[in-house]
Each structure stands twice: as structure tokens, then as C-alpha cells.
Design a protein around this ligand. Structure first.
Ligand SMILES: [Mg+2]
Length: 228
């Protein structure tokens, strides 16, 4: 497993047959928005069908279109997004987890393929605070790792110091492309994702408990990575 090298370096204090351990140094957490910290009712299958994306990522597809189809379909996407944003609810445990990270001195960022307007609306409505927010107007979209790399650059974080919290395959793919190993996917269904080093966690309160263990001042923490 990936921590094998570190375990060897720290090996003097470890005994055989004990759980594999390491000391994480997470200094920043990059969150996804929709489905991760807010519940938003998107019917992505219907939206893709209405837009006719032919299996392409929605933003890449829209960006490839010529006028007037381009404007018409962007407008259709915005209508879906605006409606979902108006009805969105903050997920249980979001505010508590963000406060916890702040108390522990970690940076918090938000990276979303949603629009700046909708992100602003939700961040203000739910009184959330982030050190950096990146929306799709940046031109950097998941599943590319580029938006995560940009956040790390802005916040002065190395990839080994970051964790990603998301709810979709795009979040996982973007984290992998950016070289971020700490990935937490909020889902009740761990079979929704392909095998990876990401940890599937059922809720934000459960993730906070996981972070309390990781950051709890313990010199050694049990490794819970899923075996690939
Ligand atoms: Mg999401």
C-alpha cells in the first residue's frame, strides 16, 4: 500500500501485526458544493438528455457548441441550476465541520462546476466561510485536476497537505489528476465508485469524526484507506 515507504521510515516504533499507521499532515480541505455540502435536486440524466451531451461532460460539451445553439443550451442549464439552487438545503453537519476545521487551523476551499452567482447565493444564504472559492467562470472544471491545482497554488498548499471532500466520480478523478491522495466521498453507497484509495463516508458528521481521529493530536493514526 501507499504508506509502506513511510511505515518503513517510521518502522522502529512499529511492531509486526499492529495496524498500519502514519501521521497525516492535512492543512487544507477542498470541498465540492452540490451534493456534498448542500442537498440540491439535480436530475443529471434528464439534464444531459435535454442538452443532448452525447456522453460528454456537460461544461465541455456546451463550450464546444457554436451559436445560437450554445447560448440556448447554456440558458437551459442555468434554468435547471437556478431552480435546484433555490431549493437547495444545507446538509446536516456542514457548518459544524467547517467550524471544526477552522478551529484546527485548516484552510477551507470550495471548488464547483456551478456558476459564481449560484455559489454566492448559497454561501451567503447559509453563512458559510471559505478561504478560497473557485466556480466555473475560472475556466477550470472538474473532472480536470486544474481547479484543485489552482486552489493549492492560491492557498500555498502541497498536494500531500490537501484533502478533497466530494460526492461524485468527477471529484475523485479531479483529485487523482491533481495528485491529491486524501479523498473522501460522501455517499451511502460505496459501490457507486470504482475501486480507489478514496474513502467513502456516509455523512459529514461521520467525516468530522474521521478528521477528529486524523487530526486529534495522536502521534499515530490507524490507516483507513480502502484497499484498491
Ligand atoms: Mg457534487
Amino acid at each position: 500500500m501507499r504508506w509502506e515507504g513511510r511505515r518503513k521510515r517510521e518502522g522502529a516504533a512499529l511492531k509486526k501485526n499492529k495496524p498500519a499507521v502514519f501521521s497525516p499532515r492535512i492543512r487544507g480541505v477542498i470541498f465540492d458544493l452540490d451534493g456534498t455540502i448542500v442537498e440540491a435536486a439535480y436530475d443529471w440524466s434528464r439534464i444531459r438528455a435535454d442538452l443532448g451531451t452525447s456522453g460528454l461532460p456537460i461544461l465541455s460539451y456546451l463550450d464546444s457548441l457554436e451559436e445560437p445553439e450554445r447560448s440556448r443550451k447554456w440558458r437551459l442549464l442555468r434554468e435547471y441550476e437556478d431552480e435546484a439552487t433555490r431549493k437547495a438545503r444545507l446538509k446536516k453537519g456542514t457548518r459544524e465541520f467547517l467550524h471544526f476545521l477552522t478551529r484546527r487551523g485548516l484552510k477551507k476551499a470550495l471548488v464547483t462546476n456551478n456558476s459564481r452567482r449560484n455559489v454566492r447565493f448559497l454561501v451567503r444564504k447559509f453563512r458559510l466561510e471559505f478561504d478560497h472559492v473557485l466556480s466555473r467562470e475560472s475556466g477550470l472544471w472538474k473532472p480536470s485536476g486544474a481547479p484543485f491545482k489552482e486552489v493549492m497554488r492560491k492557498l500555498g498548499l502541497k498536494k500531500g497537505e490537501c484533502a478533497v471532500v466530494g460526492d461524485s466520480l468527477f471529484d475523485l478523478q479531479a483529485a487523482e489528476e491533481a495528485g491529491i491522495e486524501w479523498v473522501f466521498l460522501i455517499s451511502q453507497d460505496r459501490d457507486k465508485f470504482p475501486p480507489s484509495r478514496a474513502e467513502v463516508v456516509p455523512s459529514l458528521p461521520a467525516l468530522q469524526r474521521r478528521f477528529e481521529m486524523l487530526l486529534g493530536g495522536l502521534s499515530q493514526v490507524t490507516c483507513f484507506w480502502n484497499d484498491p
